[in-house]
Write a protein that binds this ligand. Structure first.
Ligand code: AAO
Length: 512
């Protein structure tokens, strides 16, 4: 009786907030625009062996094909139907990916674009990834099917029919986001078509969903859809497990729509996290790392167990979405690694690592005019496969941040310290800071412009540790710096401000 009661309470509290990752796997990675075939391989050859909990995939449903500009990445945010065929692959490849990833304990989180269909100016025809016919002008999508009755036009009160003012919550939810045909989610029919699509993915074996543009849907409408969802597939998940839900709600403050309005449905993306962390690590606006002492709710973020956090995402790494100039990306690799390292060491939120492709970034008057460029592709428009170089990095212009030694090893660090408290904070009042996670891990940063030499209490068991940033433990050896923790838990840390990576991280699994 007591045990069942406890299970009931845990189930109730965790349901859609629980990422469903395997125990001891604490992060997911967004393999932005990857092909399903490459993701399947990556799960088996890299993500499982390195402790990644799951993968966020690009939207799997049929989308508009855009010719001008040619195949922008954002065409995938313009649905034409819920058939599973895109530039990432067809349904057979999708099923193969989910099965193979699940079989190695790396779960799949689908990007669900359900607020809208394609843009109002998309024309008519079958220029869509499965070749389904549609007519954007008459709002006819026979492959779902949706017709004009299923869209919000009558409810939207703006002159253009688009969202014109983010201060007006009803128009943010009832009008078209950048002219994308806005579905009438209060209709049972529309809800049931969306739930049918999501349930189809659940049956195949996905573990959860990113809800795209959740801000543009009424929280109650999202809830009504989620209430129709099945439990996860019991081939891989325990009976009664619910899909993990994280909703894309951009809330930097200053608008009537807030992340907290969506807590009833699941977690929300905490956009303040990357915007603020970028500002601090760049030392803009007088910010310093010493101020990170109360990072998390202390900075006005949503509660930790409601947050999905990331340093950058597929939008704000190229000036879309929100976050602004401060956002750190692979283009600023040295600072980026520090930011991702800090995120993965810190207990706040559920962490998502970004994995990108390189594009010909070209600024004109401060704006990247190539922000639309899609994934590395062949002359016929198909997405290039992710090749792996001899040194384990990726080829074909895939950046694969998740394979960078510093980032991959910090994903492991987070797993090793899982459940441990934030502890032994130290700072120099400037940009040299350190903290631990109980007696399992410790991290030290020097983002000042001078040498750092300090003795700190780590709380770790005495011994010699291998720094997982400059190298890692291999066999009984260490390819990086070594740190000596004495019997009182103290260790000396020396980090030059000109080191390739001015931070050091040690944990109990990297003890020599
Ligand atoms: C494309 C074309 C459009 C065309 C449309 C239809 O670019 O010109 O009209 O097709 O033909 C992506 C691309 C879009 C693309 C779309 C469809 O980013 O460029 O449109 O696919 O192909 C808002 C939403 C948020 C959304 C974000 C991009 O709230 O949901 O815009 N993100 C998701 C996806 C994204 C995707 C979609 C949604 C659509 O991740 O990839 O779009 O499926 C304010 C608001 C935010 C708002 C931003 C940007 O942010 O708060 O909610 O995000 O503006 O409009 C300060 C403020 C901050 C403010 C920010 C920027 O920082 O503090 O709050 O300034 O103004």
């Amino acid at each position: 009786m007591g045990v069942y009661f406890l299970l009931f309470i845990v189930g109730l509290c965790w349901a859609q907030y629980n990422p469903n990752t395997q125990p001891g796997r604490t992060s997911i990675v967004h393999l932005f625009e990857w092909r399903w075939a490459d993701i399947a391989l990556e799960c088996e050859r890299y993500l499982a062996p390195h402790g990644f909990g799951g993968v966020q995939i690009s939207p799997p449903n049929e989308n508009l094909v855009i010719a001008d500009p040619s195949h922008p990445w954002w065409e995938r945010y313009q649905p034409v139907s819920y058939k599973l065929c895109t530039r990432s692959g067809n349904e057979t490849e999708f099923r193969d990916m989910v099965t193979r990833c699940n079989n190695v304990g790396v779960y799949v989180y689908a990007d669900a674009v359900v607020n809208h269909m394609c843009g109002g100016n998309a024309g008519a025809g079958n220029h869509s990834t499965c070749g389904s016919y549609f007519n954007a002008e008459s709002e006819d999508f026979p492959a779902v099917p949706y017709s004009a009755w299923d869209f919000n036009d009558a409810k939207c009160k703006t002159r253009s029919g688009d969202i014109e003012d983010y201060q007006d919550a009803p128009q943010v939810r009832n009008c078209r986001l950048v002219n994308l045909l806005d579905l009438a989610l209060e209709k049972n029919y529309v809800r049931s078509k969306i739930a049918e699509y999501m349930n189809y993915l659940i049956d195949i074996g996905v573990a959860g969903f990113r809800i795209d543009a959740a801000k543009h849907m009424w929280p109650g409408d999202v809830k009504a859809i989620l209430d129709e969802l099945k439990d996860l597939n019991t081939t891989w998940f325990s009976a009664g497990a619910k899909p993990f839900i994280y909703q894309e709600v951009i809330d930097l403050g200053g608008e009537p729509i807030t992340g907290s309005q969506y807590f009833g449905n699941g977690r929300v993306t905490e956009f303040k996290y990357g915007a603020k962390l970028g500002t601090v690590i760049r030392k803009w606006n007088g910010e310093k790392m010493a101020y990170l002492k109360n990072w998390g709710e202390g900075w006005g973020f949503v509660p930790s167990d409601r947050a999905l956090v990331f340093v950058d995402n597929h939008d704000n790494q190229r000036g879309h979405g929100a976050g602004g100039e401060s956002i750190l990306t692979f283009w600023d690799a040295r600072l980026y690694k520090m930011a991702v390292g800090f995120m993965l060491a810190h207990p706040y939120g559920f962490t998502r690592v970004m994995s990108s492709y390189r594009w010909p970034r070209y600024f004109q008057n401060g704006v990247d005019i190539n922000d639309w460029v899609g994934p590395p592709s062949n002359s016929d428009g198909s997405t290039k496969s992710v090749t792996i170089n001899a040194d384990t990095t990726c080829g074909n212009d895939w950046v694969c941040e998740h394979r960078w030694r510093q980032i991959r090893n910090m994903v492991v660090f987070r797993n090793v310290v899982d459940g441990q408290p934030f502890s032994n904070w130290w700072d120099n009042g400037s940009n040299q800071v350190a903290f631990g996670r109980g007696n399992r891990g410790f991290i030290v940063f020097n983002n000042d412009d001078w040498y750092m030499n300090v003795d700190l209490q780590t709380e770790l068991p005495a011994g010699t540790y291998c720094d997982v940033i400059s190298g890692q433990k291999e066999g009984s050896g260490c390819t990086g710096k070594q740190v000596y923790v004495s019997s009182d838990g103290k260790a000396n840390f020396q980090i030059s401000n000109s080191d390739e990576d001015p931070f050091v991280a040690i944990h109990v699994d990297a003890k020599l």
